[in-house]
Ligand binder design. Structure first.
Ligand code: TRP
Ligand code: SF4
Length: 341
C-alpha cells in the first residue's frame, strides 16, 4: 500500500515579525499596500506585530503626543483587522529592557563601517545633518534585535527595508558563528506595494500630501464624498456631451474605480463614458460609494474602541511579547557565557 503523507501536527508555525511606523494616519494606499498583506499573514504564522516607537526616536525625539500617536496607530490596525488575540500586538517600548540588552550584544558583532555605508543611513544623515545621532547609525541593529528577540524566521517589510534585513542576516550569521546556532536566519516577506493614485492625480496616495489627496481610514462618507468631488478626472473632457477616456492613463477617477469598484460597475462606466451617457459628477458619486464600502466598516469598528480598550489590548500583547523576549534573552546570556551556574 502506498504510504500516506504524514501530517505532522507537532510542527510549530513559523514566527513572523513586523514593525509598524508610529507616525501618521493610515490611508487607503497603506491599506491596499502593506496592511491587507499583513492581515492575511496572521492566520498562518505565530505573529508579533509592534508599533516601532523606539525607532521613531531617531527622528521624533519630542515626548508630546507620543502615547496619543501610539494609540491612534494601534486603533487603525486593530480596526483594519489585526487580531490582538491571535497575534502579539504591542508597543516596542514596552519590551525596551529586553531589546536594549539584545541590541547591545548585537552591536558588538556588527562592524561600524558597514552601518555607515548603509544607503538609508547616508540618506537620513544628508537630510538632517544637524541630527546624525548614534541611534541613527544603529537603526538596523535595533531592527535586528526586534526580529531576533522572538527568534523570528520571517519578517514582513516594505522594499525600502530590504537593506536593513540584509544587515540583520549578516548580524545573525556573525552572532551564530561566535556563540552557536542560537538564532534562525530571518527571511523577508516583501509587501507587494500597490500604488493607489492620489485623488489629485499627482503620484500615489501619500500622507505627506494635502489631506484632500488621500482617503483616510477615518474619513466618514460625507468627507469622502467631498474629497472625491474635487478629484482630478479626464482633463480632455471639457464638456458633458463629449465622451471621456475611461482608462487608467486617461482618467484618474477611472483609475481609482479600477481598484475599488466591481467589474460590472467598471464596464458600465466605461461604456457610458465613451458614449457620453454618464457625466463625471455621477461617475464620482459611484466612486464615492465604492470607497465608502471599503472604508466605512473599518471606520465603524474604529469608533467602537475607546482609548482605554486599546491600552488594555496593547498591554496584553506586551505580556506575550515579554514572555517570548525573556526566554530568548536567557538563552542568549547562556550562549555568551554570562550565566553563573
Ligand atoms: N524600520 C521599519 C520601517 O520603517 C519598521 C521596523 C522597525 C521593522 N523594526 C522592525 C520592520 C523589525 C520589520 C522588523 O518600516
Ligand atoms: Fe472619467 Fe468617469 Fe468622467 Fe469618464 S465619466 S471621464 S471615467 S470621471
Amino acid at each position: 500500500m502506498a504510504s500516506q503523507p504524514q501530517l505532522n501536527t507537532a510542527v510549530r508555525p513559523q514566527t513572523l515579525v513586523s514593525g509598524i511606523r508610529s507616525t501618521g494616519e493610515l490611508h487607503l494606499g497603506n491599506y491596499y499596500g502593506a496592511l491587507r498583506g499583513l492581515l492575511s499573514l496572521q492566520d498562518r504564522y505565530d505573529s508579533f506585530f509592534f508599533i516601532a516607537d523606539l525607532h521613531a526616536l531617531t527622528t521624533h525625539p519630542d515626548p508630546d503626543n507620543r502615547i496619543r500617536q501610539t494609540i491612534e496607530v494601534a486603533k487603525d490596525y486593530i480596526a483594519a483587522g489585526v487580531d490582538p488575540r491571535r497575534s502579539a500586538f504591542y508597543d516596542q517600548s514596552s519590551i525596551a529592557a529586553e531589546l536594549a540588552e539584545l541590541h547591545l550584544y548585537l552591536s558588538m558583532v556588527m562592524p561600524l563601517g558597514e552601518l555607515i555605508r548603509c544607503p538609508t543611513f547616508k540618506e537620513k544623515a544628508k537630510k538632517h545633518p544637524d541630527n546624525v545621532n548614534y541611534g541613527l547609525v544603529g537603526y538596523p541593529v535595533l531592527m535586528t534585535a526586534d526580529i531576533l528577540i522572538h527568534k523570528s524566521e520571517l519578517v514582513q517589510v516594505g522594499e525600502d527595508q530590504l537593506v536593513h534585513l540584509e544587515i540583520a542576516r549578516t548580524i545573525t550569521r556573525r552572532f551564530n558563528q561566535l556563540y552557536g546556532e542560537v538564532f534562525p536566519e530571518p527571511h523577508p516577506l516583501v509587501e507587494h506595494a500597490v500604488r493607489i493614485p492620489a485623488l489629485s492625480g499627482e503620484g500615489k496616495m501619500s500622507k505627506s500630501d494635502s489631506a484632500d489627496a488621500y482617503v483616510s481610514l477615518k474619513d466618514d462618507p460625507e468627507r469622502i464624498g467631498t474629497k472625491v468631488k474635487k478629484a482630478y478626472s479626464d482633463p480632455t473632457r471639457i464638456r458633458r456631451e463629449l465622451p471621456g477616456t475611461p482608462t487608467r492613463e486617461g482618467c484618474n477617477v477611472y483609475h481609482l474605480h479600477s481598484y475599488f469598484s466591481h467589474d460590472t460597475m467598471k464596464s458600465a462606466i466605461r461604456e457610458q463614458c465613451l458614449s457620453a451617457k454618464i457625466g463625471c459628477v455621477q461617475c464620482k458619486a459611484l466612486l464615492t460609494e465604492s470607497l465608502v464600502s471599503v472604508v466605512e466598516p473599518i471606520r465603524e469598528r474604529r469608533e467602537r474602541f475607546s482609548d482605554a480598550d486599546i491600552v488594555e489590548l496593547l498591554h496584553i500583547g506586551s505580556e506575550k511579547a515579554r514572555l517570548s523576549a525573556q526566554a530568548v534573552i536567557s538563552e542568549v546570556r547562556r550562549a555568551m557565557g554570562f550565566t553563573m551556574v
